[in-house]
Design a protein around this ligand. Structure first.
Ligand code: MN
Length: 230
């Protein structure tokens, strides 16, 4: 019973302070970089898809991830993560950044084979997107110290070889627009996180791979893909 009542509360480290950022929900958007839309042969869409991962899919500050079962095509997607200190319903884009606490670097791990299957069947995305350890995120940096990064290199390397490399300024919809869009459907709250989409170069991961991802001024995160759990 003690385990039930003292369950794990997901949180993220914050650079420069002792207290951790209490994670509430994780919202993710798709199709936010033109080169990625092109590599996936997807048309540009007026409203990018929004999906969620459970907060306990976070792997705070990286570390080792047991390799997810039931996929032959686990893929990496490096993304800028926005952490909210405020919220509301129908937030105006020009007021959205006032609700931002800080930023981190996240990897939206994806069972691409199961996502393709779900897309064809019209099934939900949970087993392709919202599985255990599917959301490693770096230590956060506060907007009060780095402000709101609108440009800067975003990259991901596997075993030291660069796979994804782009600039935050390539984002089709800026964080302020994404916050406004999501808040039209959900009342955003302090602790909510937003994954803002990935640039081109998404690719496959294998057990044993070392993944490093970073964003200028925001930070970096290191992940090692462990063995398949049985
Ligand atoms: Mn993604």
């Amino acid at each position: 019973m003690s385990e039930l009542f003292d369950y794990y509360r997901p949180s993220l480290k914050v650079r420069g302070i002792e207290r951790r950022f209490p994670a509430r929900r994780i919202f993710c958007v798709g199709w936010n970089y033109a080169d990625h839309i092109k590599e996936m042969n997807r048309p540009d869409v007026p409203q990018p898809p929004v999906f969620m991962k459970p907060a306990d899919a976070l792997l705070p500050d990286g570390g080792e991830i047991p390799f997810p079962p039931r996929t032959k095509d686990l893929q990496h997607e490096v993304e800028l993560v926005v952490a909210l200190q405020g919220g509301g319903l129908n937030i105006a884009a020009d007021e959205a950044l006032g609700h931002v606490y800080g930023y981190g670097v996240g990897v939206d791990l994806t069972r691409r084979d199961l996502q393709s299957k779900a897309r064809k069947a019209g099934d939900p995305w949970e087993i392709s997107k919202s599985f255990d350890y599917s959301a490693p995120v770096s230590t956060l940096r506060r907007a009060s110290s780095i402000r709101h990064p609108a440009k800067g290199r975003i990259w991901l390397a596997v075993n030291g070889v660069i796979r994804q490399e782009a600039d935050l300024s390539d984002m089709i919809r800026k964080p302020m627009e994404l916050i406004a869009q999501i808040s039209a459907y959900f009342e955003l709250k302090p602790g909510d996180l937003v994954f803002t989409g990935t640039p081109a170069g998404v690719g496959q991961l294998k057990p044993g791979d070392h993944v490093t991802a970073g964003i200028d001024r925001v930070g970096d995160v290191h992940i090692r893909m462990g063995r398949l759990r049985t």
